[in-house]
Write a new protein. Sequence first.
Length: 406
Amino acid sequence: MKIAMKFALSLALIAILTQCSGGATNSSGTTSTTQGISRDSANSVIFFGDSVTAGFGFCGNEGGADSSNISCSTNASFANNWVLGNNSLKSCQPVIPSNDRCSNNNFKGSPWDAGPWRDEPGAPKIAFSYQIAKMQDSKSPASIVNWAMTGSTPAQWDPLTGGVFGPQLQKITNTTAVLTLGANPILSSYLKITGFGVYTIANGVCAETALVKGAAAPLDNSELGILHCANQQWEAIEQSQHLLNIYKTLLQNGNRVLVLGYPQGCPWSFGNWQPIANPIGPASGKPCTSNSAPSSADKTKSISQFDQAVTIGTDTNNRIKQLVSESQQQADQKWFPGKNLSANIHFVLPDQMLFSDHQAWSSDSWFFKNDTWVHPNESGHRQLALTVIKGMCENYKHWCGDKPVW
């Protein structure tokens, strides 16, 4: 069972999809088609990307392929259970092709068929896109849809290199797009979980670099540093180029783009600090701040599991922010000279200090626990919603005011 994760990590938890077209009835009882969603350019927002945007951990309209062991209702979380019974973490692990199961925006495996969100009984309400939909001024709301797919990667959304979701991204035209992409699959490479010390649940290629012979990897990109393996993985899969291709395509298709960074967190399964699964369930682990060891570079300095996880997350956010900045420059200087499209893409970051104060082991956690503390819970999604609202107001003059007005 591959439980790919990290702050955004379980981003790797459910991935890949196939194209579907309209005619399905959504959770609000309306009928929609994929083709019609982005037509109202002035008053629509399409959310897409990975499991953070999809709201992994909280169920949607389940019932797609390979979902016989999933019975949770919309907005209910999956169980604190590794394998047994319905709605376990095992039941929610990735399948190929992915069907977005155990994600708040799921619509029987095809989230783009759900249609615009409506405030009706049975509608999803946990993922930050839906919290924004609920929070905005009902007199002048934006139409909101969520096409995110848990576990998806930039390569899969890249239309220029044949990504499986590339054709879907090409349908986002003349509208506003909000996305989280870039953490997956890099962060999943730092997961390590063994089933009660007997069988492998997750064994990321970078996990063993965190703690070597009782010494912690330093917080840098040296050969022994915690960033070294992540940087190798990033370059090997051409993550930067895929993200730039996505940004370029969105701008070329007349969109305004808001790229959301990832919240600062630390799954207990990060690295090889505490790799053995607790039989009680995936929610049980030791606080990352309680695990520390001397640095392999300087034995007089102590480095914790939390320090390393934050370093990886910060580096990922910095890379994404830098690529957004690069796309702004490229838009004006190379891609679309004379069109001033650099003003149509911006990066926003959740308040990392606030998230740091609300880790999974705190009394007021902003992290979902049943996936080993990877994704935001409902409170965490509210903070992401507030981040997006603020960024949208500052950069595009939408969703401003106490009751956000589009």
